[in-house]
Design a protein around this ligand. Structure first.
Ligand code: SF4
Ligand code: SF4
Length: 440
């Protein structure tokens, strides 16, 4: 049977071998965590603890108003030593955060009521449970759909994204291997809430162990099938996933839910199981730490709010020996370069990747019109023209090539022999288009 896939894409050098077979291990309790209360810049937030208060793991420390937001919980036990503005790894400004100093006792709050018999509760009640556990609609496909009331749209399929096609992360792969039961139970909860009777878990063909683990459990869930996809980047893109698994095209200007589909991640399925069945809020997450500057690479269960500097120290970060280095939040293809290391681990962060500076920022040249970027683009765009026009600020010409459809996967830049900063130029074009839209 031909393997399921999409058009375009690339096969970048994979760093997965270093961490793929390493079991998830708990990182030591950090002496301090800094937990951002804000999830978006314009959130209306309130802190529910005061300075010097003793907090236990799982205790609510902040509330956010808004449909796509959720409460924030303490990830260690100890004393609140500050409530202040602190640097955030993604939002470019300092945001309101709670600083907790650990007492290393790992004291937890009294467990809340579990909903293991979730089918006895209404979907609305379960959505409240999930949100109260700190699972946000921002990162969770099904919750954002639910919060926008898009259930009014005809959703008939849940697609679980088990394609971890970024070449440096293995955290989702390990969750499928070690927690297949919880992932599939989480998916069943989502299906119940959305009243959907068909779902697929998409996994790439380089994840044999994950496929085997899922197969051992999935037979108990007759409406769930496992789809094995060809390993290719960016197979984890929403439109690429739908193209490969369902042979459907999500057209420009329409959303995934317009096609009756909701896409959910492996880690969110797992977190939803923990919230509903085990009554556990989100206080940690699995992070892959790897790259040439890490002595002890691995898949670590890290408390939310752990500072990058502490996490890297525990993983044997070789900062003394390497003066020129780059730390990437997320993964090697799409991650954000991180200059400041006193920023905290946040809920939707799957990896940290490190590399020497001579691997990055190479000298760039003029386009030689080789068309490699066009062949690689999974969105069928012409990245070369967008880039050339954006570079010379010829916006009218540039916008004719639809930069807004770009998913910022980086395949074009990866293939470009001239090493042109295509993605940065496309981002500029998108920004220009958004500003035009705001002014209109
Ligand atoms: S133009 Fe955008 S979608 Fe196409 S390859 Fe480049 S980054 Fe990816
Ligand atoms: S890959 Fe680079 S050099 Fe080749 S056409 Fe695209 S932008 Fe130009």
């Amino acid at each position: 049977m031909p393997k399921l896939t999409f058009s375009g894409g690339v096969n970048p050098y994979s760093y997965k071998a270093t961490t793929k077979n390493l079991q998830i291990t708990d990182l030591q309790i950090p002496s301090r965590v800094v937990i951002p209360i804000v999830q978006n810049l314009n959130d209306e937030v309130s802190v529910t603890v005061i300075k010097d208060e003793y907090v236990s793991i799982g205790q609510k420390i902040g509330e956010i108003k808004g449909l796509n937001c959720s409460p924030v919980h303490a990830s260690i036990s100890g004393k609140v030593t500050d409530i202040c503005m602190w640097n955030h790894p993604v939002i470019s400004l300092p945001v309101l955060s709670v600083v907790i100093d650990s007492d290393f006792k790992d004291k937890k709050i009294t467990p809340k009521k579990t909903h293991w018999d979730y089918f006895r509760y209404s979907p609305e009640d379960l959505v409240k449970v999930i949100r109260e556990a700190g699972i946000t609609g921002l990162n969770s496909g099904f919750l954002s759909v639910y919060s926008k009331n898009a259930l009014l749209k005809e959703i008939d399929t849940v697609l679980v994204n088990g394609c971890e096609s970024e070449p440096s992360t293995t955290s989702e792969n390990r969750l499928m291997i070690e927690h297949a039961y919880e992932v599939i139970e989480g998916l069943k909860i989502i299906m119940y809430i959305m009243d959907v009777h068909k779902s697929h878990i998409a996994v790439e063909d380089n994840s044999d162990e994950a496929i085997e683990s899922l197969k051992k459990v999935v037979f108990k869930a007759p409406n769930v099938s496992i789809k094995i996809l060809k390993t290719k980047y960016p197979q984890n893109g929403q439109r690429q996933l739908i193209d490969a698994v369902l042979d459907k095209t999500v057209h420009s200007g329409t959303s995934v839910t317009d096609s009756g589909i909701v896409i959910e991640s492996i880690s969110d399925c797992y977190a939803i199981y923990q919230a509903v069945v085990e009554a556990k809020p989100v206080t940690s997450r699995v992070v892959t730490v790897s790259g040439s500057l890490i002595e002890k690479p691995g898949n670590y269960n890290v408390r939310i709010g752990t500072l990058f500097s502490d996490l890297l120290d525990q993983c044997g970060y070789k900062k003394e020996t390497e003066k020129k280095m780059k730390i990437i939040l997320g993964a090697s293809m799409t991650g954000i370069s991180q200059v400041i290391l006193d920023v905290p681990v946040i809920r939707n962060m799957s990896g940290i990747f490190t590399m020497k500076e001579d691997n990055v920022n190479p000298k760039t040249h003029a386009c030689i019109r080789c068309t490699k970027c066009i062949k690689a683009c999974p969105m069928n765009l012409m990245p070369n023209f967008i880039s050339i026009y954006a570079e010379s600020f010829k916006w009218d010409e540039c916008l004719k090539y639809h930069p807004e459809d770009c998913i910022e996967c980086g395949c074009c830049a990866y293939e470009c022999i001239a090493k042109r900063p295509i993605v940065q130029q496309i981002k500029l074009a998108k920004q220009y288009k958004e500003e035009l839209h705001v002014k209109a």
